[in-house]
Design a protein around this ligand. Structure first.
Ligand code: KIV
Ligand code: ZN
Length: 510
């Protein structure tokens, strides 16, 4: 029988560290529910001490998700461990993940601590975490550039203090596969009590090698991989969950382990994370890119039609493609709507938000005859906007005529007061944003504006993503509508509401 490979998803923590990928508590809960449905073993829900918002998000995920273990990151500091323990109180199964840097450069330049002090602090933190849970993960940060003898020393002590998982991070994405695999093997062989812990790989993608390095670690004894949906993460990102899961599953002839993941939820998780963060998935991205299973060349199509395996190594439907059958229409009732959303991993926290989503569904069904799963997901993203929505779109009127300037009249409700403004420029979206800017006078810079179709056809919902910069911070917004100018206004207001709700948070690794 093959071993189990544990999947530790850190989309909500390391993924969120990517500038612009910050998520609200409700968005995190929504993603966590999909990860739970996918049977992810451990969900790292955040870094509890970073801000009150991060604490609340870890707590909310711990209270709602019951089938996956919920984890919070904590630096090797008493106050961090206590805050993580507190946030995780409601979890069925809780893990504390504590870390401290071990490379010479980090210890000297960042921590300004001696190796002995680093060992002492690591041991103290692991011991403190045992007050809250017996599931403790320890990471020697920047292990990929740390001295192996020192790694052996600190890891042995961390295990003796109570760590049950030892994670080996290639924090800066410097390692290459054969070497990272050799390090994993050597650590497991050399550390006398290594059999008391699961060894894990946590790779960053700066050289495009995160998945390859993680797989090499698995081939050399790692039994946990830390990863994110779509490979989301700072700089070039983290290891992509979907690629690791499908590589191990497709090449069972090479791996003597497999995951518990229900891969049919991969595509919806990918779309949800992309829509919430505004990080678009490139068409040629493995597994979840729009072209991942498309056979353009005639010769390939011919081969696939005759015998699928001639050119396909995986089945598209196994990762959730082609599951977008027509689900609901104009005459579908509230119960059918609710039931379908539950199947998609979406639950409503109040009757009011269900009613609002159903109202929007009926509105959409009037405009668009066929409603697909993707439409429902976009519609729900729309309904579950930021918790404190100061600004609401009341109405938008746009006129455009060839050879004339475009005019937009926007009516907004700002903290309950309705205000209207008209602007004229060379484009409908630009005129709409100008009118909003005149009404709000907020100091934001638009960094990204993109439109994509949610399904096929000209009656498709258009999904718009905007990215704003405000006081050095990056914030995303999204909106969907069958009209792309209205979708644009919704996306812009979504981001502006987030700017108003934004609170300061600490970065764990600075
Ligand atoms: O990349 C890294 O080193 C991390 C640690 C906190 C595990 O994310
Ligand atoms: Zn990381």
């Amino acid at each position: 029988m093959s071993d189990k490979l544990i999947i530790f998803d850190t989309t909500l923590r390391d993924g969120e560290q990517s500038p612009g990928a910050s998520m609200t508590k409700d968005e995190k809960v929504r993603i966590a529910k999909v990860l739970e449905k996918m049977r992810v073993d451990i969900i790292e829900a955040g870094f509890a001490i970073a801000s009150p918002g991060d604490f609340a998000a870890v707590q909310a995920v711990a209270n709602v998700v019951k089938d996956s273990t919920i984890c919070s990151l904590a630096r090797a500091l008493d106050k961090d461990i206590d805050r993580a323990g507190e946030a995780l109180k409601g979890a069925n199964s809780a893990r504390i993940h504590t870390f401290i840097a071990t490379s010479d450069i980090h210890m000297k330049m960042k921590l300004q601590m001696t190796p002995d002090q680093v060992v002492e602090q690591a041991v103290r933190s692991v011991k403190r975490a045992t007050k809250y849970t017996n599931d403790i993960e320890f990471s020697p940060e920047d292990a990929g550039r740390s001295n192996e003898d020192f790694l052996c020393r600190i890891i042995e002590k961390a295990i003796a203090a109570g760590a049950t998982t030892i994670n080996i991070p290639d924090t800066v994405g410097y390692n290459i596969p054969h070497q990272f695999g050799a390090t994993m093997k050597s650590l497991i062989e050399r550390i006398p009590n290594s059999d008391k812990a699961i060894f894990s790989a946590h790779c960053h993608n700066d050289l495009g090698l995160a998945v390859a390095n993680s797989l090499s670690a698995v081939l050399n004894g790692a039994r946990q991989v830390e990863c994110t949906i779509n490979g989301l993460g700072e700089r070039a990102g983290n290891t992509a969950l979907e690629e690791v899961v499908m590589a191990v599953r497709t090449r069972q002839d090479e791996f003597d382990c497999d995951t518990n993941i229900d891969a049919t939820h991969i595509l919806s998780a990918s779309r949800l994370v992309s829509s919430v963060t505004g990080f678009i998935v490139q068409p040629n991205k493995a597994i979840v890119g729009a072209n991942a299973f498309a056979h353009e060349a005639g010769i390939h199509q011919d081969g696939v039609l005759k015998h699928r395996e001639t050119y396909e190594i995986m089945r598209a439907e196994d990762v959730g493609w082609n599951a977008n059958q027509l689900v609901l229409g104009k005459h579908s009732g509230r119960n059918a709507f609710k039931a379908r959303l539950i199947e998609l991993g979406v639950e409503f926290d109040s009757e009011e938000s269900l009613n609002e989503a159903f109202r929007r569904f009926k509105e959409l069904a009037d405009k668009k005859h066929e409603i697909f799963d993707e439409d429902l997901q976009a519609l729900v993203s729309e309904t579950q906007v930021v918790e404190s929505e100061h600004i609401k779109l009341v109405s938008l009127k746009v006129t455009c005529e060839t050879g004339e300037k475009n005019q937009a009249t926007v009516v907004l409700s700002i903290d309950g007061n309705e205000k209207s403004m008209t602007a004229e420029t060379s484009g409908s979206v630009d005129a709409t944003f100008s009118a909003i800017n005149k009404l709000l006078d907020m100091q934001v810079n638009l960094q990204l504006y993109s439109v994509s179709n949610v399904t096929q056809g000209t009656d498709s919902l258009g999904e718009v993503n905007v990215r704003l910069e405000h006081n050095g911070k990056i914030i995303n917004g999204q909106g969907a509508d069958t009209d792309i100018v209205i979708a644009s206004a919704k996306a812009y207001l979504h981001a502006l509401n987030k700017v108003l709700a934004d609170t300061d948070r600490a970065h764990p690794q600075i």
